[in-house]
Ligand binder design. Sequence first.
Ligand SMILES: Cc1cc2nc3c(=O)[nH]c(=O)nc-3n(C[C@H](O)[C@H](O)[C@H](O)COP(=O)(O)OP(=O)(O)OC[C@H]3O[C@@H](n4cnc5c(N)ncnc54)[C@H](O)[C@@H]3O)c2cc1C
Length: 437
Amino acid sequence: MMRVAVIGAGIAGVTAAHALASQGHHVTVYERRSSVAAEASFAQLGLVAPSLTGPGPFDGAPPLTERGGRWGLRPEAHLRPGWDTAAWRWLWQARQAVAPSRRAAAHKSLGELARYGQQHLRKVVVGHKLDYERAEGHLVLLSRSSQLSEAQQSLLELKARGIEARVLDPTACRVIEPALPLNANIAGGLYLPNDEVGNCRQFAHLLKEVAERMGVEFRFSTEVIEVMPGERPSLRSITLQSTTAFMSSRHVAAAREAARDAREAYDAVLLCAGVQAAPLLQQLGLRLPLLPVYGYSITASLRDLDRGPRAAVTDAQHGVSIARLGQRVRVAGGIEIGTAAHEHHEARLRPLYQALDRWFPGSAQKNHAQAWKGATPALPDGMPVLGQSDAPGVWLNLGHGTQGWALSCGAARLLADRIAGREPDLPLAAFELRRLR
Ligand SMILES: Cc1cc2nc3c(=O)[nH]c(=O)nc-3n(C[C@H](O)[C@H](O)[C@H](O)COP(=O)(O)OP(=O)(O)OC[C@H]3O[C@@H](n4cnc5c(N)ncnc54)[C@H](O)[C@@H]3O)c2cc1C
């Protein structure tokens, strides 16, 4: 049995803690916020869609697309890198990564991880009888005939990847989603019956309870301020004020001083700190091009359950997805680079409301909708970093981008195997840190 510290209780950290505890390890989770899934995993859409990890309109390296050897910006992308050289470098690297030769390898690895992730998510759900808001099926709505022929072409590729898909005419789209309006401009749809949508935050809370019953210790309102690598890596943490997890800089300085000699040693430390991993990575001398890529969501109660979506619907033209979460509907989209976390741009919310009105008019209580801006921790090639870092004893589970929930259970299981010295079910080489050098 090993003693493992997990830093961060977003979906990556909670699933990792559960996977490690399932293998009999003693796990302590450090989280600066007062609950699980309080940052990027909070009000994200909830799509678990291995179909999105291949070529096509939602290829996994936002904000860029590549079609027939030409690259471009996604319609929903807004870039404001200003004088931030790191953001410019990241964009340049992303531009390199959409080259067809490099994307093919990334598609293969990411596709395998996404399928493995979904299998493990289902195993965890069935194994622990987790009951959370979820629905099966994903309809990608296509408004132009050119998109329809692209969807036809992608069928063979999807089939080769083991993903069931059908191209539907407008009538068949309305059988899948009966609330779609008759006068909506639909050329057809790509239906992915095995994709699913679920409430990531609710799942994280349920899995945390399971993990606690397995002996995992969660330390909330506790920030790790230093990780010291080694054969037995150790860390120092401070306790934040529990209500807000924020303190004045004077209090933080005093708490840091008090924690100076309080080290805790482990057999392994797993970093699952999302976009906030940067200071710890810097301290460890690890240079990782991890950039916050922001997205928005709105969540509203359904006025009439029959007028809302049954499961997940994506508006391919506008890059907006709509999902049913129990008695609510959630709409997500937008890609923002170079803005501040607290800076909400109302203009980004407009396309989300417009998509809701276009596809499910009158279905939701929009006046009481909750708007959210989240930071997706992303690497320029759209792939996560999984595996051992250059700092002895420190492992990484970072940079899941727009697929963090979909990949989480798979990444957790692979890492738990590797940390324990077992051969994982899938090779981790494509996700290791060295690919970024
Ligand atoms: C609008 C939007 C829609 C999305 N839709 C989808 C989707 O449909 N499907 C999908 O799969 N993904 C989606 N994503 C992406 C997904 O939400 C993220 O990839 C995922 O939540 C990242 O999880 P994480 O655990 O890595 O990070 P986080 O959830 O951010 O967790 C990291 C945690 O680490 C903690 N932490 C950081 N530093 C420290 C420290 N020093 N000490 C202690 N704690 C620390 C933080 O407080 C935080 O709680 C979406 C994202 C956005 C923004």
